[in-house]
Write a protein that binds this ligand. Structure first.
Ligand code: F3S
Length: 394
């Protein structure tokens, strides 16, 4: 792989040990994927922030890098395993909290923004069409590639951090136009009326298309929240990092190559919803996977107005969107009901299973997928029903 003189210098350790380590990671990755060279990135989103996933080995790795490493481009963080300020109210044990705060401190010393959200594009990390970026959060990767038209592979925690410390990433995969063409046509023969419908379609498609690139036909319109839900679901049941929607997403007019064809019907929509429902009565309700937009918070505030929640109800969003919600007056209505904002974290990366909950109601197909893998039972339902479930007396 070709390296510039500056990159050779980084690899030789001329710019410190952390930069050298980062360059070693990128060069190894570039060799595996046959990248011709490295390319500059305009932003980075680092996943692998929750201590639940990192453990002590991950914390040690970060502390080593933080000795002399510094982010060279705008770099934001995925959610942590708890709210950084209100973790006690969430029931988090102090041993876990202490480790999680050490992880955050290492990232802070590395110069990353402590944004702790999986929707960085709603919180100040907004790439433009055609820009190369290195993002690690799978739902945000699918959103950035497909809806924004930025270019990123699905980075792991170490490779995203390496991109942050060098400002570079290997030029392969979805950074190259020829790899962004669809592999499957998905004919949508069902009318989609909500984010949950888009999530169900994404969950179905991910299972069929696996890590290919679906090209949806027959979707007449889609708003930000629906595209966010679709991105997350595609990336959870499958490994999809990019999709196109005919007439809606910015690269959907590109040539459709040799593709397989699938149809998504009303029956598939219903069956996928049913597939994400287990037995049991929910004892925990959560929305905001991926993190809520301001529009979603406005809806929750309206639905909760004048009501009291009867069970634990987490509304997950970024600090930035929570701040906007405070200003708009939505937070008051939400908190007055007894619902809790879960900023900096979410129901999946927080150790919810250790908090004693067994059955989670949520409007996120992605959350259902991962919570079930963690041993919890799940109920997939629209946001209105989540609020009804949270406020119902059983
Ligand atoms: Fe975000 Fe957590 Fe879902 S990180 S996409 S809210 S699993």
């Amino acid at each position: 792989m070709f390296l510039t003189r500056e990159e050779e210098g980084m690899l030789a350790g001329q710019e410190g040990r952390a930069t050298q380590k980062a360059m070693q990671i990128l060069v190894a990755l570039g060799k595996i994927y046959d990248a011709e060279k490295l390319v500059k990135v305009s932003s980075v989103q680092v996943s692998g922030v929750s201590y639940k996933n990192l453990g002590d080995a991950g914390l040690e790795f970060l502390n080593e890098l933080a000795e002399d490493g510094k982010a060279r481009v705008k770099s934001t963080l995925n959610p942590a395993g708890m709210s950084l300020t209100d973790w006690k109210a969430q029931g988090i044990q102090s041993g876990f909290a202490e480790k999680q705060l050490q992880v955050i401190d290492a990232y802070r010393r590395l110069g990353l923004e402590i944004s702790c959200t999986c929707t960085p594009y709603l919180a100040g990390n907004e790439p433009s069409f055609g820009q190369h970026i290195a993002w690690g959060e799978s739902s945000a990767v699918a959103y950035a590639n497909s809806v924004i038209g930025a270019r990123t592979n699905r980075e792991g925690g170490p490779s995203a951090l390496a991109a942050s410390l060098t400002g570079k990433t290997p030029l392969y995969g979805l950074h190259l136009k020829e790899n962004r063409v669809p592999t499957h046509i998905v004919d949508v023969d069902a009318s989609l009326g909500s984010s949950e419908d888009f999530a169900a379609m994404g969950y179905f498609t991910g299972k069929v298309v696996k890590d290919g690139i679906p090209y949806f036909r027959g979707v007449k319109k889609a708003n930000l929240e629906e595209l966010k839900a679709l991105s997350a679901a595609l990336a959870s049941s499958g490994g999809i990092a990019m999709f196109h929607i005919a007439g809606l997403t910015p690269e959907s007019d590109q040539m459709v190559g040799k593709t397989e064809s699938v149809t998504f019907t009303l029956t598939d929509l219903r069956e996928t919803g049913a597939l994400l429902n287990d037995e049991g009565t929910p004892d925990f309700v959560s929305i905001g996977c991926p993190h809520c937009s301001l529009t979603e918070l406005a809806t929750v505030a309206r639905l909760l107005k004048g009501k009291k929640v009867k069970r634990e109800f987490w509304v997950c969003c970024s600090r930035e969107v929570k701040r906007q919600s405070d200003e708009a007056g939505y937070s008051k209505a939400i908190e007055a009901s007894g619902a809790k904002f879960a900023t900096d974290t979410c129901m999946v990366v927080a150790p919810v299973e250790e908090l004693g909950y067994r059955v989670v109601a949520t409007n996120s197909a992605k959350a259902c997928h991962y919570l079930r893998n963690a041993g919890l039972r799940v109920k997939f339902m629209p946001m209105e029903e989540c609020v009804a479930e949270a406020t119902r007396t059983h």
